[in-house]
Design a protein. Structure first.
Lengths: 120, 253
């Protein structure tokens, strides 16, 4: 499975979390994600996600004139978006715990002859 | 271009293709401009930092365009508006120019043929644009696709004229009164459509196609002179209108 596929769904939550703290525009969002360590994804993928989140009423956007250069679309979170973020955080915590449990437990054991496992 | 940084050729081509792709997929033109502006900004920011376009849109521009397109709702109202504008436009041009020559009379074949040809034209234009915008093609290849699409209705209309002479279908004759009523209805339609679509184009085109012929026959000019003047006034007038409106459009932007 590629990182891009694993990222699906997770990226939504990350975007919501970044938007929650500060009104941001597209490039800023991609830049932030990169500084947090997301290097392998195509930056443009955030736009279809933003379009969908707007359709679902999770974020709103306003056009603002920047001091230099073109006008920019700034995103902010709606109350519904905040709820969605809370749900995401809860889900992510569960998922993270579960995945870690699996990985820790399974890496401590070696498999021998099908179902039989022996503790090392 | 509002951005300070000039976008590289590849990005400009991508942006143009995306615009055409979304448009031929029936998306709202305001929404298209919004996402285009956003991506232009992103691409120019990325360009400043030396990132290649692949870092933004991934390896396949086509897939990326589809991703964007899937998240945008189809704007049926606008789509319907353009289709209606083309169909009614075509018919009002035909009707008005026939009216300037006398009472209306059409064969069933003509009426059905006109509708079918218009439908074929709209369908092939949308398909053609969509195809061109997703592929990396040379200008020649694009032309090789576009020219037949534009020429297709011309040949079909010509074919229809010959077929109409060869095949006898029932004629529908409209009396002077009926022709007048159809003329007034068409005129109202043209005005209504123009107000709705907020464009002068239809009125201007119809006026330049029908009026010169009518006005010239009222003059004492020789028939040959009239024949030469008519297309000059027609094409010149429409050309000047398009030229002026492009200038006005640029000033607005």
């Amino acid at each position: 499975m590629s990182t891009t596929q694993m990222l699906k769904g997770i990226l939504d939550g990350c975007l919501l979390a970044i938007i929650k703290n500060k009104e941001v525009y597209g490039y800023e969002l991609a830049d932030k994600l990169e500084t947090y360590g997301f290097h392998s994804f195509s930056e443009g993928t955030i736009y279809p996600l933003l379009l969908r989140m707007q359709k679902e009423g999770l974020v709103t956007s306003t056009l603002k004139k920047s001091t230099a250069g073109p006008r920019r679309k700034y995103y902010s979170l709606t109350p519904k978006g905040k709820q969605e973020l809370d749900i995401f955080i809860k889900r992510w915590d569960d998922l993270q715990t579960n995945v870690n449990n699996v990985l820790h437990h399974e890496s401590d054991t070696t498999t021998k002859k099908g179902d039989e496992t022996i503790e090392e | 271009m509002k951005n300070e940084v000039k976008l590289p050729e590849q990005s400009i081509t991508f942006i143009e293709n995306l615009r055409i792709y979304l448009f031929s997929n029936g998306k709202n033109s305001e929404e298209i401009e919004e996402i285009i502006e956003e991506l232009e900004d992103h691409l120019s920011e990325a360009e400043k930092r030396g990132k290649p376009i692949e870092k933004i849109i991934g390896k396949s521009p086509k897939e990326y365009m589809e991703m964007i397109s899937n998240e945008m709702v189809i704007d049926y109202r606008t789509w319907f508006k353009y289709v209606l504008l083309i169909i009614i436009g075509t018919f009002s041009i035909i009707i008005m120019s026939d009216l300037s020559e006398g009472d209306l009379s059409y064969s069933v074949l003509e009426i059905v043929g006109d509708i079918v040809i218009t439908a074929i034209f709209i369908f092939s234009v949308l398909k053609g644009f969509k195809y061109i915008s997703t592929m990396k093609q040379s200008l020649w290849k694009q032309m090789a696709i576009l020219i037949p699409i534009v020429m297709l209705p011309v040949f079909l209309f010509l074919g229809l004229i010959f077929l109409n002479r060869a095949v006898d279908t029932p004629m529908i004759h409209f009396s002077n009164m009926a022709s007048m009523i159809i003329g007034i209805m068409t005129l109202l339609f043209i005005i209504g459509m123009s107000l709705w679509a907020k464009t002068w184009i239809l009125i201007i085109v119809v006026a330049f196609i029908t009026l010169p012929n009518y006005l010239l026959t009222q003059t004492s000019l020789q028939y040959e002179t009239q024949l030469i003047l008519e297309p000059i006034i027609m094409c010149g007038g429409i050309g000047i209108y398009l030229w002026i409106s492009t200038i006005l459009e640029k000033k607005k932007a």
